[in-house]
Design a protein around this ligand. Sequence first.
Ligand code: CP
Length: 323
Amino acid sequence: MSRLVSDLGKDLVGLEPLSANQIRTVLDTAEPFKEISERPIKKVPVLRGKTIVNLFFEPSTRTRVSFEFAEKRLSADTVNVTAAGSSVVKGETLVDTARNMEAMRIDMVVMRHIASGAARFLAERIPSNVINAGDGWHEHPTQGLLDLLTIRDHKGRIEGTRVCIVGDILHSRVARSNIYGLLKLGAEVGVCGPPTLLPVGIQELGVQVFRRVEEAIEWADVLNVLRLQLERMQSGFVPSLREYNRFYGVSSARLERAREDLLILHPGPINRGVEMDSDVADGPRSVILNQVTNGVAVRMAVLYLLAGGTPETAESAKHAAES
Ligand code: CP
């Protein structure tokens, strides 16, 4: 693993800059890594000696824990930094924080940040690999990749699959990463939500807009349901959560018109009873926890590739033993 520029380049800031082949490379590399998490001893020495800093400047459960598991299962040394417990609260800038980490000789930074563009901004200023774990409204590339892997697992392919993203598209970095990734891999993509929560000109990306969730459900092979990002809204985007649920909530009654094999995804956290009812979230069509499981394998693949690994070497890497 000595190549200076990986199959993905230096950083992963989004799916928009990646080619279809680069996206397939991550998905294919994740396949052999899935099995490591099923072992009694979930560890291979693939990233032994690498030091990774997880900078989480915004709340996270799934992404933060998933990256940490992925790093530890590949034997990297990891340090977690949150805004509240760091010198950010004393006014230190993002670049100063990262440069101080680099002075301690790190290799990679995984970062979640409230500001769109923060990951690219940092990637252009430090030599370490930077992985975007979600930046503002911009992108959440590893979420997009794990969603793609979960769809491919269950549908056998991405190309030609009809995927509708339902909910708050405007504020969603998950929606953007999904749209870029799905379109590059040949899926048909729809979006559905209140007009106030759809970005102006979204059709220009090559997606179909559904005004009524019932139409979206009839059309789709996969629904990726998003939560209302209330923390990013000023006010007035929806009249009330009850009203939102009445017009856009995914319920068992609405799913009666769906294809028999319709798949339900949600990136989490779920607001049960708002964008999705509990019996749907926990029902037979739901693959929400499969997404979470796949998240660890996808993040292992991204870390491995950025460190210079290839899909061809991933199979033997997972059999590597401690010496
Ligand atoms: N899907 C996702 O990003 O969840 P967290 O905010 O809990 O990381």
